[in-house]
Design a protein around this ligand. Sequence first.
Ligand code: PLP
Length: 273
Amino acid sequence: MKIWLDGGLRDIESARVSALDHGLTVGDGVFETVKTVHGRPFALTRHLDRLTRSARGLGLPEPDLDEVRRACAAVLAADPVPLGRLRITYTGGEGPLGSDRGDRGPTLMVALGATTRRPDSTAVVTVPWTRNERGALTGLKTTSYAENVVALARAVRQGASEALFANTVGQLCEGTGSNVFVVLDGELHTPPPASGCLPGITRALTAEWTGAKETDLPLDVLERADEVFLTSTLRDVQAVHRVDGRDLPGAPGPVTAKAMRIFDERSGADLDP
Ligand code: PLP
């Protein structure tokens, strides 16, 4: 397995990042997870746009997107996997402990892992913690992911594969690594970015392709929604068959099944939509 680091491909066993990399010591970094299909990245341009926006939001130097594209191509050529995920990590880099930023230039790392297709439906739980819709990092994909790790672990302990957050004013927001859609009276809705969710790329494509509306929704909409589904790079469109204790029999319902079909068709036809 190879990884791109310090401007070239390295063996994963010998690739080393400084113990004083600020991505590690203070979580000063951004990342993207990009789906790959038969060695080709999906929606790479959108992912690189978001990487740049996230880096800007943290005040990191703009990533060199030509290098990031070269790195992705090199890593993909080195390890052909039928279905995979590229992990692009870009941090503040090495610097003294106690300073607010690395001073030797940013660290760029690109690695590839094999994945498998997720089940068509899953269970989710809500968690008692909130997403901050007005934080300095809201909407940015940063490496400060520990809160998501804790919430996901709680969900897994409860037999679910995803945890859903409300924001500080009680509106439905997103999952630890996914966006959420609900069907109410036959209409498809998803929370707006102002809810504090990450502007997911799968979310944007799904909303565009299905005509879903961006709507402020209270968390308890989950108690009455006819259908619920998740979107993410690793899940694509995935139906929800249980929310907390409530079963959603027949998942995927008709609106979800249609969204799944449209996403499969269009994402298969255009690799950089
Ligand atoms: N929300 C969060 C917090 C995420 O981490 C992710 C993806 O990792 C998503 C939503 C879904 O975004 P995307 O569809 O771009 O993968």
